[in-house]
Design a protein around this ligand. Structure first.
Ligand code: IMP
Ligand code: MG
Length: 178
């Protein structure tokens, strides 16, 4: 398998299309079992989750809905941190079982802010489905319900994930060659 170049960096294959397909089928099967009768609302976080969301949803067989949100960052008033707000969520989520669909949980801060923001809208339950998870990088207390792959603490691209906007188009995941 040839390495790829994205902008000025070289990446090598980490997860093949077949491996990705298999793991996503497994977590979809779990979701189908766990959330049967709950009419879940899948909430896919753009841009990174578009491929994962598409392949996951093709394997969901229970009645469900999906919508897409973006997180907009702005400089918060307190302690200089960036605050992320949910943008584009027109559906009501009160009383609903919500499944967040994300590309990657790295430090976990993005997910934590998303959870806080969604919780204020009174959903019945929030579950998290993430394509990738870097356990070695996590800095928050998060319960991840469905994880397709745990990966080392290295920068990856492909399957929706980008390096400076590029590389989202690959059907596999590639890791940086150091
Ligand atoms: P957090 O550190 O968990 O808040 O992750 C923040 C965001 O960083 C993720 O939603 C991704 O968009 C991005 N990110 C983290 N690790 C990687 C990576 O290895 N490749 C591409 N994007 C990443
Ligand atoms: Mg993301």
């Amino acid at each position: 398998m040839k390495n790829i170049i994205v902008k000025d960096k070289e990446f090598k294959l980490l997860l093949s299309e077949a491996k990705i397909k298999g793991s996503i089928k497994n977590i979809a099967d779990k979701i189908n079992k766990d959330l049967e009768g709950k009419n879940p609302l899948f909430l896919a976080v753009l841009n990174g989750s578009f491929m994962f969301a598409a392949d996951l949803m093709k394997n969901i067989t229970i009645p469900c809905e999906i919508c897409f949100v973006k997180l907009t960052s702005y400089q918060g008033m307190q302690s200089g941190g960036k605050v992320k707000e949910v943008f584009g969520l027109s559906e009501r989520i009160d009383g609903r079982t919500v499944v967040i669909v994300e590309d990657i949980v790295d430090s976990g801060r993005t997910m934590q802010q998303l959870l806080e923001s969604l919780s204020s809208r009174n959903p019945k339950e929030i579950r998290i489905a993430t394509f990738l998870f870097k356990p070695g990088s996590l800095q928050c207390n998060l319960k991840l319900d469905y994880v397709a792959f745990e990966i080392p603490n290295d920068f990856v691209v492909g399957y929706g994930l980008d390096y400076d906007g590029y590389g989202r188009n690959f059907g596999e995941v590639y890791t940086l060659v150091k």
